[in-house]
Design a protein around this ligand. Structure first.
Ligand code: PNS
Length: 157
C-alpha cells in the first residue's frame, strides 16, 4: 500500500491544504496529514488545536488520517512506512523554500519528496494571511473550513 505524508504547520488548515490532500489521495492509497512543528514559527493554535482542526477538515475524505509529528519528519516518515513526502506548491516562491527541506529529508530518511500543484484558484490562500484577515474581522468563509473560521473567531490576539 502506498502512503503519502503531507506535512505542515497547519496553523490553521485552509482550503488550499485540503485541496492538496485530496490531490495526494488520488495518487496514494493512503494520505497522512502530518501536523508538525516548524521551529521558525510561533503558532496561534496549540498542537492539539492544529491536529483537531485538521481532523475536522478532512472528515469524510476516505483514506486520509491526521497524525502529530512529534520530532523530525524524517523519523516519522520512516516509522509510518511512507512512500513519499508530499508538498503542495502555489508558485515558485514555495519551491525555493521546499528544495532544501526535500533534500535534507531525503538525506535523513531516504524518502523522496514529491510536489503537487494546487488549484490555481486557491493559490492566494495562506494560513498567515487568513489569520491576519480574521484578526481584523474580515470574511474568511471561502478560505477555511467552518470549524477553523469559528476557532479563529474565538481567539484573542
Ligand atoms: O507549513 P510549514 O511551516 O511550511 O511546514 C514546515 C514543516 C513543519 C513541515 C517542517 O518545519 C518540518 O518538517 N518540521 C518537523 C521537524 C523537522 O523535521 N525539521 C527539519 C526539516 S528539514
Amino acid at each position: 500500500m502506498s502512503i503519502g505524508v503531507c506535512p505542515g504547520s497547519y496553523d490553521p488548515i485552509t482550503f488550499g491544504h485540503v485541496d492538496v490532500v485530496r490531490r495526494a489521495r488520488s495518487v496514494f492509497d493512503e494520505v497522512i496529514i502530518g501536523v508538525a512543528r516548524n521551529q521558525s514559527k510561533r503558532y496561534l493554535f496549540s498542537d492539539t488545536e492544529r491536529l483537531e482542526l485538521a481532523r475536522e477538515a478532512v472528515t469524510g475524505i476516505g483514506g486520509v488520517r491526521v497524525e502529530f509529528v512529534p520530532g523530525l519528519l524524517a523519523d516519522f516518515v520512516r516509522q509510518v512506512g511512507a512512500s513519499a513526502i508530499v508538498k503542495g506548491l502555489r508558485g515558485s516562491a514555495d519551491y525555493d523554500d521546499e528544495q532544501s527541506m526535500a533534500l535534507l529529508n531525503r538525506h535523513l530518511s531516504g524518502v523522496e519528496t514529491v510536489f503537487i500543484l494546487g488549484d490555481p484558484g486557491l493559490a492566494h490562500i495562506s494560513s498567515s494571511h487568513v489569520k491576519d484577515i480574521a484578526r481584523y474581522g474580515g470574511n474568511i468563509e471561502d478560505l477555511v473550513p467552518s470549524a477553523v473560521a469559528r476557532a479563529l473567531a474565538g481567539k484573542e490576539y
